[in-house]
Design a protein around this ligand. Sequence first.
Ligand code: SF4
Ligand SMILES: [Zn+2]
Length: 359
Amino acid sequence: MNKTLTNAVWKMRMQDDCLAGFEVNASLIPSGGTSYQLYIPSKGCHNACVFCNYGFKHPVRQEEILKKVEHICRYLPSNIETLILESSGSFLDDRELPEELQYKIMEIVAKTKVYRVQFETHYKTVTEKKLNKILQILKGHELAFEFGLESTNEKTLSIYNKDINVKEFFKLVQHCQNLGIEASLNVLVGAPLLTIKEQVQDALDTVEDILQNCPKSTDIVLFPINIKDYTLLKHMYNQGRYSIISHWEFVDVLTQIPRNALDRVYISWWGNRVNEFHGKDAIIHPQACENCHHVLMNFYNSFVNASSLEDKQKAVKEISKVNCSCRMAYEKEKSTQKCNKTISQRLSDEIMKLENEFF
Ligand code: SF4
Ligand SMILES: [Zn+2]
């Protein structure tokens, strides 16, 4: 992780005092279909990815959290199949949530009839000890991890300031699979400092790397970047050095993924998320014009609710035929946008600007 990027990310995060004084407790959030997220307010992530603002500092009120989790698990919705355990970063990070609290929450969840339990966590928090505990406590449940990979390109990961060693990451995914635990990998579309063409290629290369290097049961979740308040990305956007991506860029990626792999591909944060603490303007979603907005939303919904590979292929085929002036503008920008500097040069330039702006 780069020191300037990390410090700048933290300067942005520290401006957020929206949660000061709030008694935030565990909550159950529907995430589509039969999946629900069990959100546990934690101390926040200590990493500093440029697009993320999960670094705030809630006090962790263990007793209250456990009482609330007991209550939520007693009254789970009848259609629930998957429960995703998540915090403000990594559920299995002992710095965020005390280790004992993690196990106690797992024990409560183990008593429910939830079929699949998924952990949202940084891959470095998955130790042998944690794996053994999970397998022991949640025996009988289908298990999975959700990891933020974002990209397999080292340069893109440096732009994101993301602490990942791709080789080690894939090794862990395979190890988990050998233990019977599946993985779902998040991939971001829209890295700053890249041209549109490079952003699209980066996402497609990452999907290809996952298809080549991970077990067949590994899912891929594509996210178009959203610009969130109190992130370094928001600062770059405010300075005119980053533009929010077009919905058509996200569609561009989806339509170029090998069609027979689409059953492993899911989408998230396509423009349907709001920030419950900061209000609806705290997140800038991908953009399109008013004429095609509803077509795009229908497409996303059909993709998310598709129950077979054929349904996903059909949804992708249909959206690829849709035309709109804003789609044409996107295509034109993609084909004409040029940058003569190498990605490393662009990153050094950006770091210099941030040094002037922040320190
Ligand atoms: S993206 Fe994940 S690892 Fe990065 S700062 Fe956010 S929560 Fe932490
Ligand atoms: Zn349009």
